[in-house]
Ligand binder design. Structure first.
Ligand SMILES: NC(=O)c1ccc[n+]([C@@H]2O[C@H](COP(=O)([O-])OP(=O)(O)OC[C@H]3O[C@@H](n4cnc5c(N)ncnc54)[C@H](O)[C@@H]3O)[C@@H](O)[C@H]2O)c1
Length: 272
């Protein structure tokens, strides 16, 4: 339910054109924020921004490859020019590169680290002069269950998501004195284009998903909105006092060493 929790706040949201980023942009706008929908493909950004505006929200489309510092800087400046301030930075853009480490070359590893980790450094660096003007400001990074555990054939991704959690703590400590709180969300299996791309690389995507969900006590894929609601929590004073930590949204995946929903007589299945 809309409670205007972000009234008059300005949010920069990377990867805002699909999945979790798109859900976050829409939810933030519903809560009263002015939203910069940041992405590489300007037409997609414009589509989301126009839809938000057509339902009474405020949004702009901003083109940016988060792996390129000058583009991150320009996108933040564009946001402040449009809305006059900046309160919230959501480092959501991310990528996976599937492969074994011995098959990787330097460029592949570097690129994943640039998109998933260095982008946070760039956005903090260039948002800092604006965030420090606010009494309260917020940085929310998108980690993963891979921030805590390994995953098959995604060495750069898991490394990068471990780093997202570490960087979250560093930012929280170093900028607490300016009223900035920094946290990360760590999603589990979430039904987005990224997950679908991953599943589609397997012979039977639906069966692969079913098999994976057997290890999730809630026995369902999370929806982008589930993650967006937790990003919202970390981007307003509902989470006052919370900094340098992570909210794991994984349907219980990390809570258990062994689990198989088929063994659970009370399993409800995909009931939500
Ligand atoms: N879907 C899941 O199961 C899952 C689980 C854990 C973590 N995550 C994290 O959630 C975040 C969002 O992913 P999603 O699942 O919504 O998938 P998604 O593919 O819908 O979103 C990723 C977004 O990042 C953007 N992006 C990628 N590289 C970029 C770049 N260089 N510059 C700007 N934008 C770029 C993509 O265009 C896309 O909009 C990612 O950081 C991902 O690692 C997802």
């Amino acid at each position: 339910m809309n409670q205007n929790r972000l009234q008059d706040k300005v949010a920069w949201i990377s990867g805002g054109t699909s999945g979790i980023g798109e859900a976050t942009a829409r939810l933030f706008a519903e809560e009263g924020a002015c939203v910069a929908v940041v992405g590489r493909r300007i037409q997609l950004c414009q589509n989301i921004a126009s839809e938000i505006e057509s339902t009474g929200g405020r949004a702009i489309a901003v083109q940016c490859d988060v792996a390129v510092e000058q583009q991150v800087q320009a996108s933040i400046e564009q946001t402040v020019e449009a809305f006059g301030r900046l309160d919230i930075v959501i480092n959501n853009a991310g990528m996976v590169d599937i492969g074994m480490l011995h098959e990787y070359d330097d460029a592949r590893f570097e690129h994943v680290m640039a998109v998933n980790v260095k982008s946070i450094f760039y956005s903090l660096k260039h948002a800092y002069p604006h965030l420090r003007k606010q009494k309260c400001s917020y940085v929310v990074n998108n980690g993963s269950i891979s921030s805590f555990v390994g995953q098959r054939a995604t060495p750069a991704y898991t490394t990068s998501k471990g780093a997202v959690l570490s960087l979250t703590r560093s930012i929280a400590i170093d900028y607490a004195s300016i009223g900035l709180r920094c946290n990360c969300v760590c999603p589990g299996i979430t039904d987005t284009p990224m997950l679908r791309e991953h599943l589609n690389a397997t012979p039977d995507p639906e069966e692969t998903l079913r098999q994976r969900l057997r290890r999730v006590p809630l026995n369902r894929a999370l929806q982008p909105h589930d993650i967006a609601r937790n990003i919202l929590y970390l981007s307003c004073e509902d989470s006052a006092g919370v900094t340098g930590t992570s909210v794991i949204i994984d349907g219980g995946y990390l809570a258990t060493a062994e689990w198989d929903t088929a063994d659970d007589p009370q399993a409800k299945g995909n009931d939500q």
